[in-house]
Design a protein around this ligand. Structure first.
Ligand code: FAD
Length: 290
Protein backbone atom coordinates (compact mmCIF):
# COMPACT_ATOMS: atom_id res chain seq x y z
CA UNK A 1 0.00 0.00 0.00
CA UNK A 2 1.41 3.43 -0.91
CA UNK A 3 2.11 5.97 1.78
CA UNK A 4 -0.82 8.24 2.62
CA UNK A 5 -0.79 12.02 2.30
CA UNK A 6 -1.22 13.71 5.66
CA UNK A 7 -1.88 17.16 7.03
CA UNK A 8 -2.00 18.62 10.53
CA UNK A 9 -4.18 21.24 12.17
CA UNK A 10 -2.97 23.54 14.94
CA UNK A 11 -4.59 26.34 16.90
CA UNK A 12 -2.91 29.70 17.59
CA UNK A 13 -1.45 29.82 21.11
CA UNK A 14 -2.64 32.26 23.78
CA UNK A 15 0.42 32.34 26.05
CA UNK A 16 4.18 31.86 25.90
CA UNK A 17 3.87 28.38 27.42
CA UNK A 18 1.30 27.40 24.80
CA UNK A 19 3.49 28.92 22.09
CA UNK A 20 6.38 26.69 23.18
CA UNK A 21 4.09 23.66 23.14
CA UNK A 22 2.86 24.49 19.62
CA UNK A 23 6.39 24.84 18.22
CA UNK A 24 7.49 21.64 19.90
CA UNK A 25 4.58 19.88 18.15
CA UNK A 26 5.30 21.57 14.79
CA UNK A 27 8.98 20.63 14.89
CA UNK A 28 8.28 17.00 15.83
CA UNK A 29 5.58 16.55 13.17
CA UNK A 30 7.42 18.40 10.36
CA UNK A 31 9.71 15.45 9.50
CA UNK A 32 6.58 13.50 8.43
CA UNK A 33 6.50 15.91 5.47
CA UNK A 34 2.81 16.88 5.67
CA UNK A 35 1.14 18.17 2.51
CA UNK A 36 0.12 21.28 4.51
CA UNK A 37 -0.45 22.42 8.09
CA UNK A 38 -3.51 24.49 8.93
CA UNK A 39 -4.04 27.10 11.65
CA UNK A 40 -7.53 27.71 13.04
CA UNK A 41 -9.28 31.06 13.40
CA UNK A 42 -10.97 31.75 16.74
CA UNK A 43 -14.68 32.30 17.07
CA UNK A 44 -15.71 35.72 15.78
CA UNK A 45 -12.20 36.44 14.50
CA UNK A 46 -10.97 36.60 18.10
CA UNK A 47 -7.61 35.10 17.11
CA UNK A 48 -7.16 37.10 13.90
CA UNK A 49 -3.74 38.48 14.94
CA UNK A 50 -2.58 35.24 16.57
CA UNK A 51 -3.65 33.15 13.56
CA UNK A 52 -1.85 35.55 11.25
CA UNK A 53 1.31 35.51 13.41
CA UNK A 54 1.36 31.72 13.62
CA UNK A 55 0.85 31.30 9.88
CA UNK A 56 3.58 33.86 9.18
CA UNK A 57 6.02 32.13 11.53
CA UNK A 58 5.38 28.79 9.81
CA UNK A 59 6.12 30.47 6.47
CA UNK A 60 9.24 32.23 7.73
CA UNK A 61 10.81 29.52 9.89
CA UNK A 62 9.84 26.19 8.32
CA UNK A 63 9.50 24.65 4.90
CA UNK A 64 5.89 23.66 5.67
CA UNK A 65 2.99 24.99 3.58
CA UNK A 66 0.57 26.78 5.92
CA UNK A 67 -3.18 26.96 5.33
CA UNK A 68 -4.93 29.81 7.13
CA UNK A 69 -8.49 29.21 8.38
CA UNK A 70 -10.77 32.20 7.84
CA UNK A 71 -14.39 32.77 8.88
CA UNK A 72 -16.87 35.57 8.13
CA UNK A 73 -18.29 35.84 11.67
CA UNK A 74 -18.76 39.46 12.80
CA UNK A 75 -16.78 40.77 9.82
CA UNK A 76 -17.83 42.82 6.81
CA UNK A 77 -17.05 41.64 3.29
CA UNK A 78 -14.41 44.38 3.07
CA UNK A 79 -12.69 43.10 6.24
CA UNK A 80 -12.64 39.49 5.05
CA UNK A 81 -11.32 40.60 1.65
CA UNK A 82 -8.61 42.64 3.37
CA UNK A 83 -7.46 39.61 5.40
CA UNK A 84 -7.35 37.56 2.19
CA UNK A 85 -5.25 40.23 0.44
CA UNK A 86 -2.89 40.43 3.44
CA UNK A 87 -2.43 36.66 3.40
CA UNK A 88 -1.68 36.61 -0.32
CA UNK A 89 0.82 39.49 0.07
CA UNK A 90 2.50 37.63 2.95
CA UNK A 91 2.99 34.57 0.75
CA UNK A 92 0.11 32.41 2.03
CA UNK A 93 -1.32 30.34 -0.80
CA UNK A 94 -3.89 28.12 0.95
CA UNK A 95 -7.07 29.22 2.77
CA UNK A 96 -9.53 27.06 4.73
CA UNK A 97 -12.72 29.02 3.93
CA UNK A 98 -15.42 28.78 6.60
CA UNK A 99 -18.54 30.48 7.81
CA UNK A 100 -17.79 30.01 11.51
CA UNK A 101 -20.12 29.42 14.44
CA UNK A 102 -22.64 32.00 15.66
CA UNK A 103 -21.01 34.19 18.36
CA UNK A 104 -24.06 33.36 20.52
CA UNK A 105 -23.04 29.67 20.52
CA UNK A 106 -23.32 26.54 18.40
CA UNK A 107 -26.96 25.69 17.74
CA UNK A 108 -28.18 29.30 17.88
CA UNK A 109 -29.15 31.12 14.68
CA UNK A 110 -26.27 32.49 12.62
CA UNK A 111 -26.69 36.20 11.93
CA UNK A 112 -24.27 37.43 9.30
CA UNK A 113 -22.64 40.84 9.68
CA UNK A 114 -24.98 43.38 7.97
CA UNK A 115 -22.34 43.91 5.26
CA UNK A 116 -20.87 40.45 5.54
CA UNK A 117 -20.73 37.14 3.71
CA UNK A 118 -23.57 34.74 4.52
CA UNK A 119 -21.73 31.43 4.50
CA UNK A 120 -18.59 29.53 3.52
CA UNK A 121 -19.73 29.40 -0.11
CA UNK A 122 -19.48 33.19 -0.26
CA UNK A 123 -16.11 33.23 1.58
CA UNK A 124 -14.83 30.66 -0.92
CA UNK A 125 -16.00 32.79 -3.84
CA UNK A 126 -14.26 35.83 -2.30
CA UNK A 127 -10.97 33.97 -1.92
CA UNK A 128 -11.23 32.69 -5.51
CA UNK A 129 -11.93 36.24 -6.76
CA UNK A 130 -9.06 37.83 -4.84
CA UNK A 131 -6.20 35.49 -5.71
CA UNK A 132 -5.25 32.09 -7.00
CA UNK A 133 -5.49 30.43 -3.57
CA UNK A 134 -5.79 26.75 -2.96
CA UNK A 135 -9.11 26.60 -1.05
CA UNK A 136 -10.19 23.94 1.42
CA UNK A 137 -13.67 23.84 2.95
CA UNK A 138 -15.44 21.82 5.64
CA UNK A 139 -17.88 18.93 5.44
CA UNK A 140 -19.89 17.05 8.03
CA UNK A 141 -20.24 13.28 7.59
CA UNK A 142 -22.96 13.26 10.26
CA UNK A 143 -24.46 16.50 8.83
CA UNK A 144 -23.97 20.03 10.11
CA UNK A 145 -26.05 20.70 13.26
CA UNK A 146 -28.03 23.43 11.40
CA UNK A 147 -28.60 21.36 8.29
CA UNK A 148 -31.99 19.76 7.57
CA UNK A 149 -30.48 16.66 5.89
CA UNK A 150 -27.33 15.00 4.64
CA UNK A 151 -28.50 15.68 1.08
CA UNK A 152 -28.59 19.42 1.90
CA UNK A 153 -25.01 19.14 3.17
CA UNK A 154 -23.92 17.47 -0.06
CA UNK A 155 -25.64 20.27 -2.03
CA UNK A 156 -23.80 22.86 0.11
CA UNK A 157 -20.50 21.06 -0.49
CA UNK A 158 -21.17 21.11 -4.24
CA UNK A 159 -21.95 24.85 -4.07
CA UNK A 160 -18.61 25.40 -2.29
CA UNK A 161 -16.82 23.41 -5.00
CA UNK A 162 -18.57 25.45 -7.71
CA UNK A 163 -17.37 28.58 -5.88
CA UNK A 164 -13.75 27.37 -6.06
CA UNK A 165 -13.02 24.84 -3.30
CA UNK A 166 -10.34 22.33 -4.24
CA UNK A 167 -10.44 20.08 -1.17
CA UNK A 168 -12.75 19.43 1.79
CA UNK A 169 -11.89 18.40 5.35
CA UNK A 170 -14.36 16.56 7.55
CA UNK A 171 -15.59 17.23 11.04
CA UNK A 172 -14.13 14.58 13.37
CA UNK A 173 -16.01 11.30 13.78
CA UNK A 174 -15.55 8.02 15.67
CA UNK A 175 -16.47 5.27 13.20
CA UNK A 176 -15.11 4.66 9.69
CA UNK A 177 -18.59 3.89 8.29
CA UNK A 178 -19.75 7.42 9.10
CA UNK A 179 -17.11 8.90 6.79
CA UNK A 180 -17.39 6.17 4.14
CA UNK A 181 -21.16 6.60 3.78
CA UNK A 182 -20.74 10.34 3.18
CA UNK A 183 -17.83 9.80 0.78
CA UNK A 184 -19.83 7.34 -1.29
CA UNK A 185 -22.98 9.52 -1.34
CA UNK A 186 -20.91 12.57 -2.34
CA UNK A 187 -19.17 10.60 -5.12
CA UNK A 188 -22.58 9.48 -6.39
CA UNK A 189 -23.65 13.14 -6.44
CA UNK A 190 -20.62 13.99 -8.61
CA UNK A 191 -18.14 15.27 -5.98
CA UNK A 192 -14.62 14.55 -7.22
CA UNK A 193 -12.38 16.76 -5.01
CA UNK A 194 -10.41 15.04 -2.22
CA UNK A 195 -12.51 14.57 0.94
CA UNK A 196 -10.02 14.37 3.80
CA UNK A 197 -11.19 12.57 6.95
CA UNK A 198 -10.55 14.76 10.00
CA UNK A 199 -8.98 12.51 12.63
CA UNK A 200 -9.04 13.74 16.21
CA UNK A 201 -7.23 11.42 18.63
CA UNK A 202 -8.75 11.79 22.10
CA UNK A 203 -6.50 14.19 24.02
CA UNK A 204 -8.89 14.77 26.90
CA UNK A 205 -12.05 12.74 27.34
CA UNK A 206 -14.18 15.52 28.86
CA UNK A 207 -13.13 18.01 26.16
CA UNK A 208 -13.68 15.49 23.34
CA UNK A 209 -17.16 14.63 24.64
CA UNK A 210 -18.08 18.33 24.94
CA UNK A 211 -16.92 19.02 21.40
CA UNK A 212 -18.73 15.96 20.04
CA UNK A 213 -21.98 17.08 21.68
CA UNK A 214 -21.76 20.59 20.26
CA UNK A 215 -20.83 19.47 16.74
CA UNK A 216 -23.33 16.60 16.46
CA UNK A 217 -20.60 13.94 16.39
CA UNK A 218 -21.97 10.67 17.75
CA UNK A 219 -19.94 8.71 20.27
CA UNK A 220 -20.74 4.98 20.10
CA UNK A 221 -21.03 3.06 23.42
CA UNK A 222 -17.81 1.05 22.82
CA UNK A 223 -15.90 4.30 22.33
CA UNK A 224 -17.26 5.91 25.50
CA UNK A 225 -16.49 2.73 27.48
CA UNK A 226 -12.91 2.56 26.16
CA UNK A 227 -12.17 6.01 27.63
CA UNK A 228 -14.38 6.00 30.71
CA UNK A 229 -12.52 7.43 33.72
CA UNK A 230 -9.21 7.73 31.87
CA UNK A 231 -8.75 11.50 32.35
CA UNK A 232 -7.35 10.43 35.75
CA UNK A 233 -4.79 8.18 34.01
CA UNK A 234 -3.46 10.31 31.16
CA UNK A 235 -0.74 7.84 30.13
CA UNK A 236 -3.21 4.99 29.71
CA UNK A 237 -5.66 7.36 28.00
CA UNK A 238 -2.99 8.33 25.47
CA UNK A 239 -2.23 4.69 24.68
CA UNK A 240 -5.90 3.94 24.16
CA UNK A 241 -6.31 7.14 22.12
CA UNK A 242 -3.46 6.28 19.76
CA UNK A 243 -4.71 2.73 19.35
CA UNK A 244 -8.31 3.82 18.65
CA UNK A 245 -7.18 6.51 16.16
CA UNK A 246 -4.88 4.02 14.41
CA UNK A 247 -7.69 1.44 14.12
CA UNK A 248 -9.93 4.10 12.57
CA UNK A 249 -7.25 5.18 10.07
CA UNK A 250 -6.38 1.59 9.13
CA UNK A 251 -10.06 0.81 8.45
CA UNK A 252 -10.29 3.90 6.26
CA UNK A 253 -7.05 3.01 4.49
CA UNK A 254 -8.38 -0.48 3.76
CA UNK A 255 -11.34 1.25 2.04
CA UNK A 256 -9.06 3.24 -0.25
CA UNK A 257 -8.64 6.42 1.81
CA UNK A 258 -5.17 7.80 1.19
CA UNK A 259 -5.31 11.27 2.80
CA UNK A 260 -5.69 12.03 6.48
CA UNK A 261 -6.03 15.36 8.29
CA UNK A 262 -5.11 15.28 11.98
CA UNK A 263 -6.61 17.63 14.57
CA UNK A 264 -3.45 17.72 16.69
CA UNK A 265 -4.68 20.09 19.42
CA UNK A 266 -1.03 21.21 19.38
CA UNK A 267 0.27 17.85 20.64
CA UNK A 268 2.59 15.70 18.57
CA UNK A 269 2.60 12.24 20.19
CA UNK A 270 -0.87 10.96 19.32
CA UNK A 271 -0.56 11.98 15.67
CA UNK A 272 3.00 10.63 15.50
CA UNK A 273 1.91 7.26 16.86
CA UNK A 274 -1.09 7.08 14.51
CA UNK A 275 1.03 8.03 11.49
CA UNK A 276 3.48 5.25 12.36
CA UNK A 277 0.63 2.74 12.11
CA UNK A 278 -0.10 4.17 8.67
CA UNK A 279 3.48 3.39 7.68
CA UNK A 280 4.90 6.90 8.06
CA UNK A 281 8.07 7.24 10.08
CA UNK A 282 10.12 10.10 11.45
CA UNK A 283 13.73 9.76 12.49
CA UNK A 284 13.45 8.96 16.21
CA UNK A 285 14.53 11.90 18.34
CA UNK A 286 15.72 11.68 21.93
CA UNK A 287 12.43 13.18 23.00
CA UNK A 288 10.38 10.65 21.08
CA UNK A 289 12.54 7.89 22.48
CA UNK A 290 12.16 9.14 26.06
P1 FAD B 1 -21.08 26.44 5.67
O1 FAD B 1 -20.44 25.44 4.79
O2 FAD B 1 -21.33 27.79 5.16
O3 FAD B 1 -22.43 25.79 6.20
C1 FAD B 1 -23.17 26.40 7.25
C2 FAD B 1 -24.65 26.37 6.88
O4 FAD B 1 -24.83 27.40 5.90
C3 FAD B 1 -25.09 25.07 6.25
O5 FAD B 1 -25.75 24.19 7.14
C4 FAD B 1 -26.03 25.52 5.18
O6 FAD B 1 -27.35 25.40 5.64
C5 FAD B 1 -25.72 26.97 4.90
N1 FAD B 1 -25.14 27.17 3.53
C6 FAD B 1 -23.82 27.23 3.18
N2 FAD B 1 -23.67 27.44 1.87
C7 FAD B 1 -24.91 27.51 1.37
C8 FAD B 1 -25.43 27.69 0.08
N3 FAD B 1 -24.63 27.86 -0.99
N4 FAD B 1 -26.78 27.69 -0.08
C9 FAD B 1 -27.61 27.52 0.97
N5 FAD B 1 -27.18 27.34 2.23
C10 FAD B 1 -25.85 27.33 2.43
N6 FAD B 1 -14.79 27.37 13.18
C11 FAD B 1 -14.07 28.49 13.52
O7 FAD B 1 -14.63 29.41 14.13
N7 FAD B 1 -12.72 28.57 13.22
C12 FAD B 1 -12.07 27.60 12.55
O8 FAD B 1 -10.87 27.72 12.29
C13 FAD B 1 -12.80 26.43 12.16
N8 FAD B 1 -12.21 25.43 11.46
C14 FAD B 1 -12.95 24.35 11.06
C15 FAD B 1 -12.33 23.35 10.27
C16 FAD B 1 -13.04 22.24 9.85
C17 FAD B 1 -12.35 21.20 9.00
C18 FAD B 1 -14.41 22.09 10.22
C19 FAD B 1 -15.19 20.86 9.81
C20 FAD B 1 -15.04 23.08 10.98
C21 FAD B 1 -14.33 24.20 11.40
N9 FAD B 1 -14.93 25.23 12.14
C22 FAD B 1 -14.19 26.35 12.52
C23 FAD B 1 -16.34 25.13 12.57
C24 FAD B 1 -17.31 25.79 11.55
O9 FAD B 1 -17.03 27.17 11.48
C25 FAD B 1 -18.74 25.56 12.03
O10 FAD B 1 -19.08 24.21 11.93
C26 FAD B 1 -19.80 26.45 11.40
O11 FAD B 1 -21.02 26.28 12.10
C27 FAD B 1 -20.08 26.15 9.94
O12 FAD B 1 -19.07 26.61 9.14
P2 FAD B 1 -18.93 26.04 7.63
O13 FAD B 1 -17.79 26.71 7.01
O14 FAD B 1 -18.95 24.57 7.66
O15 FAD B 1 -20.31 26.61 7.06
Amino acid sequence: MSQPTISFEFFPPKSEAMEAKLWDAVSRLAPLAPDFVSVTYGAGGSTRERTHRTVKRILDETSLQPAAHLTCVAASKAEVDEVLREYWAAGVRHIVALRGDPPTGVGTKFEPHPDGYMNATEVTAAARRIADFEISVSFYPEKHPESPSLQHDIDVLKAKIDAGATRAISQFFCEADVYLRFRDAAAKAGVTIPLLPGIMPVGNVAGYTRMATSTGTSIPPWFAQAFEGLDQSPEVRDMVAASVAADLCLKLQAEGVDRFHFYTLNRAELSLATCRRLGLKTPTTDKDAA
